[in-house]
Ligand binder design. Structure first.
Ligand code: NMN
Length: 265
């Protein structure tokens, strides 16, 4: 039928589990929520409907019910490095990217769609090339818009300097749905981090290529911008898997401590 992956098996159970884990353990600051009610509102957006006729506004009730504040300085936007972002963010302990909000928890890494005149989910779903108004695309559009509107203080953006097609794609959720919805008066600064893959090509960096396009665009909108190439804190995380690679920092005090250990005994 459709070219895209079908609904993730056990979707309801995964979502209920994630929802309670989020409100009870990950981020109890969101307060009391009825996760069954949230799941019903989520499913109402797309169940029993033509899977190519789902609009972002169909998720409005779900978004309103699951809304919570994003603490200032905790927003982290990104393109082309979802897994690096989620490990760096550490489930809200360091940052709170969209995937680490309650709304994001309902969709992160999952897939879903319904069928017209049928109360079952489908085992194949339309891709955005097949139709733009599909259940997953429309969900992330409204989720991204809402997340950008809630973001304040210093805004962080993590881009991939080794991405083919540019670190800052001109078509993507960040460009199309997040930047236009940032609330300028609540934002003090935007800090861009351009991380190259370890051993990967250095295609884009601060002041060059598509990153320059982004910097110019944001400056023209009146934002105060800083850009950092291979921000050290994130680089340490990348280097966990490549400790001896020449582009990984040598921590001098750790080295002397190690030496100290060898000689002190
Ligand atoms: O790389 P794409 O899919 O264009 O989207 C990344 C941006 O859009 C991020 O800034 C993020 O806030 C938002 N987004 C996040 C998810 C997710 O967390 N799984 C999905 C789609 C869009």
């Amino acid at each position: 039928k459709w070219k895209g992956e079908g609904t993730t098996p056990n979707l309801d159970s995964i979502i209920i589990g994630r929802c309670y884990e989020y409100i009870r353990i990950v981020n109890p600051a969101v307060g009391e929520k009825n996760c069954s009610e949230l799941l019903e509102a989520f499913k109402k957006a797309f169940m029993n409907k033509d899977p190519c006729n789902i609009l972002p506004s169909d998720y409005e009730l779900f978004i309103n019910l699951s809304q919570h504040s994003i603490p200032p300085n905790k927003s982290l936007f990104w393109e082309n490095n979802q897994f690096l972002v989620s490990s760096y963010a550490a489930r809200t302990r360091r940052y709170m990217p969209l995937g680490d909000t309650l709304i994001g928890a309902f969709g992160d890494l999952l897939n879903w769609c319904g069928q017209a005149n049928n109360t079952e989910v489908d085992d194949s779903c339309p891709t955005t090339e097949e139709c733009e108004n599909n259940a997953v695309e429309s969900f992330w559009r409204i989720a991204s818009i809402n997340y950008a509107k809630q973001s304040s203080g210093i805004i962080h953006v993590m881009l991939n300097g080794s991405a083919t097609g540019g670190a800052y794609p001109l078509k993507g959720f960040f460009a199309d749905f997040e930047i236009p919805n940032l609330q300028k008066e609540r934002i003090s600064q935007i800090e861009i981090w351009v991380m190259d893959d370890i051993g990967g090509p250095d295609l884009d960096s601060c002041g060059k290529g598509s990153v320059q396009t982004l910097e110019t665009q944001l400056k023209e909108m009146g934002y105060d911008i800083t850009c950092i190439d291979n921000y050290k804190s994130v680089l340490f995380l990348l280097c966990l898997d490549h400790p001896d690679h020449p582009s990984c920092p040598v921590v001098s005090s750790a080295l002397s401590a190690q030496r100290g250990c060898v000689f002190s005994d």
